[in-house]
Design a protein around this ligand. Structure first.
Ligand code: RB5
Length: 152
């Protein structure tokens, strides 16, 4: 599977770890930056870039990291069609995909240890979006359309 990755400086080390993990698992990764843990950058740029890559079809899923995962999730969720979830353990990773059909996984490099992060990623990737939740996902899609029309 092709997976887009992005982070700010605070999520860079975690992104690097997750990138090598995904490659080792046989995935094709699209790394959208940043490229350093020491050069401060702005998380909205990278959360949005990951969201856009998923919605455009450049990637099937996205992973975004910042200090907490919160900022990149806020940015990614501004992109219509994105369902970004902040995840911090196996349970939230699994449920974000199974119930919420999360297409972008967000995690905090300053909060999660390596093992927790990799296990959360694995739980999210291995979970199957459940069809019984599709009615709610369709409501999220409708909100994207309604809100875009209200802005016009
Ligand atoms: C950067 O210092 C930090 O604020 C950012 O990575 C993130 O945690 C925001 O949500």
């Amino acid at each position: 599977m092709r997976i887009a990755l992005g982070s700010d400086h605070a999520g860079y080390d975690l992104k690097t770890l997750l990138k090598s993990t995904l490659v080792a698992w046989g995935h094709d990764v699209l790394d959208l930056g940043t490229t350093s843990a020491t050069e401060p950058v702005d998380y909205p740029d990278f959360g949005a870039a990951v969201g856009r890559a998923v919605v455009s079809g450049d990637a099937e899923l996205g992973v975004a990291c910042c200090g907490t995962g919160i900022g990149v999730a806020m940015a990614a969720n501004k992109v219509p069609g994105v369902r970004a979830a902040v995840v911090h353990d196996v349970t939230t990773g699994h449920l974000a995909r199974e119930h919420n059909h999360a297409n972008v996984l967000c995690m905090g490099g300053r909060l999660l240890g390596s093992v927790e992060a990799i296990e959360s990623l694995e739980a999210w990737l291995n979970a199957k979006p459940q069809a019984r939740h599709e009615v709610r996902i369709e409501k999220l899609r409708k909100l994207d359309i309604e809100l875009a029309n209200e802005e016009k």
